[in-house]
Each structure stands twice: as structure tokens, then as C-alpha cells.
Design a protein around this ligand. Structure first.
Ligand code: ZN
Length: 145
């Protein structure tokens, strides 16, 4: 069994223009995972100047990708983005009924929306722990690359 590994994470606040330029556009933030000299390096890029709720959304989303990386998860892009959106949704919901919840629930980017809906359905049916265990096991069996 692969044990989770501890990966140092660096966080970079950048302008939205820098993030769009680095990713060819269309994303709000991103996580850069690189291997250098046999060491994994993770940098989370989040735009500054966003609302508190949007910042919480993006940080939770990107840190979930770090967690997925630490647990060697190689899920489909839909499930990876869906889990990141789901954890953000749970975090935001802890603060009450926030407008940012609707951003997740109605995201026009279908990979994110369908992934969120799929993870939410799995958690409703099986609970969070069983869902994470299933995703971790699935991620180790399959590769989307
Ligand atoms: Zn993502």
C-alpha cells in the first residue's frame, strides 16, 4: 500500500492576469506539481484581489489537489476537479448560506459541475470516509494520463 507522503507546498498570490497567462486562460487558480531532483514540489497559485469567499473557495480547491497528490490519486479529471469543488463547497457551507455555493452548484464548466455532482451523490449515499476510501483505491488502480 502506498503511504501518503508529505509534500512541501508553496503558495503564491498572483494577479489574475499572471494566472491566465500561465494557464492559457479559463481557470481561477491552479496547482503546479513538479518533480525536481527526485523531489516533488507543489506551488499553489491563487489570484489576489478576490472576495473572501472566492479566496476560501480557491484555496480549498487547490489544497484538495495537494491532498490528492499526497495520496497518489490519479483519478479522472472530472473526479479530481469534482472532489476539489466538493471540499470547497463543504468549507463554504460551514459559514452558512453563501453566494459562492451557487458558483459551485451552477458552474458552467461541465467538468467541474459534473464532478461536483458525482462526488456529492457519492457522499450522500456512502458518507465522506467511504467515498474518500473508494476514490483513493480507485485512483491507485487507474491512470488517466
Ligand atoms: Zn482544480
Amino acid at each position: 500500500m502506498d503511504m501518503p507522503i508529505t509534500i512541501p507546498v508553496t503558495m503564491k498570490y498572483e494577479s489574475n492576469a499572471q494566472i491566465q497567462e500561465a494557464t492559457d486562460g479559463g481557470v481561477l487558480g491552479y496547482t503546479d506539481v513538479r518533480e525536481q531532483n527526485h523531489r516533488v514540489r507543489v506551488i499553489v497559485h491563487v489570484p489576489y484581489g478576490q472576495s473572501y469567499d472566492r479566496t476560501i473557495h480557491l484555496l480549498t480547491h487547490e489544497l484538495t489537489h495537494c491532498w490528492e497528490c499526497e495520496h497518489h490519486m490519479h483519478l479522472s479529471r472530472t473526479l479530481m476537479e469534482g472532489l476539489a469543488e466538493y471540499t470547497s463547497w463543504v468549507r463554504l457551507r460551514a459559514d452558512g448560506d453563501r453566494a459562492e455555493l451557487r458558483v459551485i452548484e451552477t458552474n458552467p464548466a461541465l467538468t467541474y459541475l459534473r464532478g461536483f455532482q458525482q462526488i456529492r451523490r457519492m457522499v450522500t449515499q456512502n458518507g465522506l470516509c467511504a467515498t474518500l476510501a473508494e476514490l483513493t483505491a480507485t485512483g491507485r488502480r487507474t491512470s488517466y494520463r
